[in-house]
Design a binder for this molecule. Structure first.
Ligand code: FAD
Length: 355
């Protein structure tokens, strides 16, 4: 239907950890709100993580506001499916009004609020919170000849396990955690080369996500949250990466310069045949539906003050990374951004109604 079918005070787009954390505080605030998510199941990006994916932190350091993530039976770091279970139960526990699958196509100004156009009708709302993460917008760098390359190209967003790569010659591109972990896994069944912009920086073996979060929190409390993090490293030494180091496969080379139909050409001119390229090159915010509002920057972000769009009162962005709040793209960190956001929304709605 083209007309306004539904009306809320606040509409949250995305119902994974970031949207649920916002929902938790909206519920406490007693506002009329709904969450829209385009997936058929709870958990946002998490069900699409690779089969062996585990959190970097123990359950109690990976929890949303109000309810701790249950500790796994093996006391280890929670696996992908444990996170999905937690988010599924969280949504039920707090009776969060999630509508799915509903895809948001465009957000426009409408009166004092917004009209949110979806594939299931249009919502009229006083405020909008974007919590769409980045999984829906994988980033792949461009190289000359890429379109003619006859091999497989797969982004880590769509990787589940190493089986399709058995016996192949595979380039794993990207020096972050995804690159290191998928290199560790694929190198067990394939001939791999790890391609990174610069030499990867490995964290000390005993530094996990909890340690990183604690350090970041100390900086935050010291009022230095915008300062660059200490140069400890990027790659967390999870068990699979340590094991890859023992096997001697954790070395890397600098990028190739172009593709051929059957492989790549390296900077020294050497050609090499390649069956597949696994892009572990990150993501960009999934915010294309904001295009009509004129707030999207060339890098796909929105200028924010805290979590509110600087140029457009009534629009908030939660969970995208440090530009939307300290540690906001983590399970444990998003609660703080969510709470501050809902506090602002409450004031905004009162003021906007009376203005
Ligand atoms: P998402 O989980 O991506 O959810 C956004 C939801 O919005 C999705 O359901 C999406 O489909 C939906 N959506 C998008 N566009 C639209 C639209 N137009 N209309 C309707 N719905 C839409 N964090 C940790 O704290 N600990 C970890 O150990 C950890 N490990 C990670 C490992 C990997 C490999 C990755 C990629 C990330 C990891 N993170 C970790 C970071 C972060 O917690 C996750 O990326 C998390 O999924 C982000 O949650 P989110 O709610 O912001 O977004």
């Amino acid at each position: 239907p083209a007309s306004a079918d539904f009306t809320t005070d606040v509409l949250v787009i995305g119902a994974s950890q970031s949207g649920l954390a916002v929902g938790y505080y909206l519920r406490r605030a007693g506002l009329v709100y709904a969450l829209l998510d385009d997936q058929g199941q709870p958990g946002g990006a998490w069900p699409h993580g690779w089969d062996s994916l585990r959190l970097f932190s123990p359950a109690d350091a990976s929890s949303l506001p109000g309810w701790l993530m249950p500790r796994p039976a093996d006391n280890g770091f929670p696996a992908r499916d444990a996170v999905v279970d937690y988010l599924t139960q969280y949504e039920q526990r707090y009776e969060l009004p999630v509508h799915r699958p509903v895809r948001v196509e465009a957000v426009r100004r409408s009166g004092k609020g917004f009209a949110v156009q979806t594939d299931g009708g249009t919502w009229q709302t006083g405020a909008v919170v974007c919590a769409t993460g980045s999984w829906r917008n994988p980033f792949v760098p461009t190289y000359p000849g890429q379109a003619d390359f006859g091999g497989v190209q797969l982004h880590s967003a769509h990787y589940y396990d190493a089986t399709p790569f058995a016996g192949q010659r595979v380039l794993v591109v990207g020096g972050g955690n995804s690159g290191a972990q998928l290199l560790a896994e694929v190198s067990q069944v394939a001939r791999t080369t790890w391609v990174t912009e610069k030499e990867p920086r490995f964290l000390p073996d005993d530094v996990d996500g909890r340690v990183l979060f604690t350090q970041a929190t100390q900086r935050y409390h010291a009022g230095q949250e915008t300062a660059p993090p200490p140069t400890l490293g990027d790659v967390v030494m999870v068990d699979s990466v340590k094991e890859a180091r023992r096997r001697g496969v954790l070395s890397s080379v600098r990028p190739f310069v172009r593709f051929t139909r059957t492989g790549v050409v390296w900077a020294d001119g050497r050609e090499e045949a390649v069956d597949a390229v696994l892009w572990c090159t990150g993501f960009r915010p999934a915010l294309a539906f904001l295009a009509a509002l004129g707030v999207l920057q060339p890098d796909g972000r929105v200028a924010t003050t805290g979590t509110q769009a600087t140029a457009l009162p009534g629009l908030w962005l939660v969970g995208y990374g440090s530009w939307t709040g300290f540690a906001s793209a983590t399970l444990i960190g998003v609660g703080r951004s969510a709470r501050a956001t809902v506090d602002e929304i409450k004031l905004f709605l009162v003021y906007n109604k009376s203005a």
